[in-house]
Design a protein around this ligand. Structure first.
Ligand code: ADP
Ligand code: MG
Length: 267
């Protein structure tokens, strides 16, 4: 069964892959919604200047005031940049295009790689999970996420160069572990946009499992048009169409994550 005890401190997971369009934001939003539906308190931190995590949760960019940019580069506490999105147990720290300048501005800031960690740490006791939606790069922003996180969750699209991209990400993670964050682990790899009719998808899935074994989630997220429609309605797929195959897969993913995290705590 699913253990009921919740950790006193949030598990902080960086949802990262340097490739764009692989399902990071979709996974952050729908996994978070699934975890919230199971009763976990979840915060999504949008660390991508495109701000898709916020808009996908129905947050109007024009109405966003202080946001993650001000937490990273100013004195704004993260609680002041946190907004509700109408889903119980789920809150979000939105980003705006301000963040696109942050990369360069951070370079001159003391402890530039630790800014996100220092922003997040004070609110860890308020949540069970904090999911950081990373930009599509291995930039200073993603580095901040890897320093702030306990572990990295990697959405991976089953396509030709997936394994090369994955090994680059893992090398980066190992460098961070040796320098800035010794505890950093791979929480898991989630295969996304899986197409059963495509033999290559199957082959890549097998290769990834051979390479990373049990780190790869059993749950596979299928390619599903309802998932791609949901953001334009400002809703997670789980709210837009709870019954579609994609939503059901994200619900299974949330349950599998709870099981894994429970097993970790018991260990
Ligand atoms: P990333 O954050 O890695 O750039 P996104 O989550 O924004 O990727 O996904 C890229 C695009 O693919 C978006 O338009 C999204 O709606 C769509 N998408 C993501 N997952 C699925 C899926 N399982 N089925 C269909 N479309 C998807
Ligand atoms: Mg994204």
């Amino acid at each position: 069964g699913i253990p009921d005890e919740t950790p006193a401190r949030a598990r902080v997971l960086a949802v990262a892959n340097q490739k764009g369009g692989v399902g990071k934001t979709t996974t952050a939003i729908n996994l978070a919604t699934g975890l919230a539906a199971i009763g976990r308190r979840v915060l999504i931190v949008d660390l991508d200047p495109q701000g898709n995590a916020g808009t996908g949760l129905g947050i109007d960019r024009r109405a966003v005031g202080e946001n993650i940019y001000h937490c990273l580069l100013g004195d704004t506490p993260i609680s002041r940049a946190t907004v509700r999105c109408g889903i119980p147990n789920l809150e979000v720290v939105p980003s705006t295009t301000d963040l696109s300048g942050a990369e360069l501005e951070l370079v001159d800031v003391p402890r530039r790689s630790h800014r996100l960690k220092e922003a997040i740490d004070p609110v860890r006791s308020l949540y069970d999970f904090i999911l950081i939606d990373c930009p599509p790069s291995l930039s200073l922003l993603t580095l901040n996420a890897m320093v702030a996180a306990d572990a990295v969750l990697v959405p991976l699209q089953c396509e030709f160069f997936a394994l090369e991209g994955l090994s680059l990400l893992i090398r980066t993670l190992e460098r961070v572990r040796h320098s800035l964050n010794p505890g950093l682990e791979i929480q898991g790899v989630v295969l996304t946009m899986f197409d059963r009719r495509n033999n290559l998808s199957d082959q890549v899935a097998q290769d990834v499992r051979a390479y990373l074994g049990s780190k790869v989630y059993e749950t596979i997220i299928p390619r599903n048009v309802r998932i791609s429609e949901a953001p334009s309605h400002g809703k997670p797929a789980l709210v837009y169409d709870y019954k579609c195959a994609g939503s059901q897969a994200y619900i299974r993913l949330a349950r599998e994550m709870i099981r894994r995290e429970g097993a970790l705590q018991a260990a």
